[in-house]
Ligand binder design. Structure first.
Ligand code: 6PG
Length: 482
């Protein structure tokens, strides 16, 4: 009996995806560069399953049904290219290579195009949900050569997470590296959600002086609100987790956040595409700032920094905090979808934004009830440019506004850093301001560099230069936008 799919890479994500595929009745052939790991796997967790081992890439390929489907679950970067190189001589036209790692989407663009020329269909897919998701139902975001989709669809949709109404959290994203692009934005949103929750925890702990039990109880309550999400769930658990000495483990963890790069890529893409993705980018910078631990320790002493406790009824502050968190989260997703729209239009990907929201509804790290509302917003109006304009989200933003301002203002007053909640509010204030002070910037640019400006009393597209000092001359520089 030949295998339905081959999987290369037996780290935890690879192993769990294979076991998941096996559970759903697919015959999987497993291979790992260090071949002894294949035997360990077959003798260990895979014992008693239908999983077949391979002793080499040639062996793996020989054991697969046509068209062959080979999925790479290996470290992103050069390792992916190296495996593609080794696989190519073994494959035939019409065979499929799938990359399930966190690859940077320009790499996927390049691989899809170069393999297409050789008649091989390449798929770059985001797989989210960590170890447990991979084992029992991840969110899967495949893109690349569309010819591959009918062949991988039955496997991916069977093993993916399902929504409450049974829809698969996996659909075809689009051509080129669009699947990996969407996964990258997912990770950026993940960074934003994590930073927002951390800010709420910081406000509770340092501002309100809550105990861990009180904080845990608050997060527990938030589970039954619009904040209901996987990250709120795990935060509740984390707050209740005690170390061997009975103290909360979270307080013993060094406060420097790591990062593997997907959040940074999201920020870089936003800058490249000119999208004000302020919240996610702030969350990347917050991780960078956290890693300057020694400098922070010294600066706290130098500035004799203390955080003044927040006065007033704690219950009211917590209620306000909930609104501030929810409203900020809406802004983060709205900005993330602005970036996805811009990339889709720029690359001619024709992405379906509602379908992206559905793919994130279950299985992935940012899964939440709220994504159903995003999906509905796009179903009502696929052209919506800013999710905050959708009636459901607009009402929440308007309702949250006083509490949100109160929290952000208080944080600034007492010296508690809340970069994402603050930047989200500032973004909305900017987005809802018809006339911003950018006229002053244009005047300055024209003053010192003759960069020209447009006038509100003349047709747009006509550019003017003023000799502001009488000595600058009348020659304007050429007009272009980066
Ligand atoms: C997922 C996650 C995962 C990511 C980790 C680590 O969707 O399952 O996004 O793909 O690798 O969360 O990311 P950082 O190390 O950058 O925090």
């Amino acid at each position: 009996m030949k295998g339905d799919i081959g999987v290369i890479g037996l780290a935890v994500m690879g192993q769990n995806l294979i076991l998941n595929m096996n559970d759903h009745g697919f015959n999987v052939v497993a291979f790992n560069r260090t071949v002894s790991k294949v035997d360990d796997f077959l003798e260990g967790v895979a014992k008693g399953t239908n999983i077949i081992g391979a002793s080499s890439l040639a062996d793996l390929v020989s054991k697969l049904k046509m068209p062959r489907k080979v999925m790479l679950m290996v470290r992103a970067g050069d390792v992916v290219d190296a495996f593609i190189e080794q696989l190519l001589p073994l494959l035939d036209k019409g065979d499929i290579i799938i990359d399930g790692g966190n690859s940077n989407y320009p790499d996927t663009n390049r691989r899809v195009a170069s393999l297409q020329e050789k008649g091989i269909y390449y798929v770059g897919t985001g797989v989210s949900g960590g170890e447990e998701g991979a084992r029992f139902g991840p969110s899967i975001m495949p893109g690349g050569a569309p010819q591959a989709w009918p062949h991988v669809k039955p496997i991916f949709q069977a093993i993916s997470a399902k929504t409450e109404s049974g829809e698969a959290c996996c659909d075809w994203v689009g051509k080129d590296g669009s699947g990996h692009f969407v996964k990258m934005v997912h990770n950026g949103i993940e960074y934003g959600d994590m930073q927002l929750i951390s800010e709420a925890y910081h406000f509770m702990k340092e501002g309100l002086g809550l105990s861990h039990d009180e904080m845990q109880a608050t997060f527990e309550e938030w589970k039954s609100t619009q904040l209901d999400s996987y990250l709120i769930d795990i935060t509740t658990d984390i707050l209740g987790y005690k170390d061997d000495d009975g103290e909360p483990l979270v307080e013993k963890i060094l406060d420097t956040a790591g990062q593997k790069g997907t959040g940074k890529w999201t920020g870089i893409n936003a800058l490249d595409l000119g999208i004000p993705l302020t919240l996610i980018t702030e969350s990347v910078f917050a991780r960078c700032l956290s890693s300057l631990k020694e400098q922070r320790v010294a600066a706290e002493k130098l500035f004799e920094k203390t955080i003044a406790p927040v006065q007033g009824e704690k219950k009211e502050w917590l209620e306000a905090l909930k609104y501030a968190l929810l409203a900020s989260k809406i802004i983060s997703y709205a900005q993330g979808f602005m970036l996805i729209r811009e990339a889709s239009e720029d690359n001619d990907w024709a992405l379906n934004y509602g379908s992206v929201a559905l793919m994130w509804r279950g299985g992935c790290i940012i899964r939440s009830a709220f994504l159903s509302n995003i999906r509905d917003a796009y179903a009502n109006n696929p052209e919506i440019k800013f999710l905050g304009s959708d009636p459901y989200f607009k009402d929440i933003l308007v309702e949250s506004m006083p509490a949100w301002r109160k929290i952000v203002a208080k944080a600034i007053e007492i010296g508690l850093p809340m970069p994402t909640m603050t930047s989200a509010l500032t973004f909305l204030d900017g987005y809802t301001t018809a006339r911003l002070p950018a006229n002053m910037i244009q005047a300055q640019r024209d003053y010192f560099g003759a960069h020209t400006y447009q006038r509100i009393d003349q047709p747009q597209g006509d550019f003017f230069h003023t000799n502001w000092t009488g000595t600058g001359g009348d020659t304007a520089s050429t007009t272009y936008d980066a």
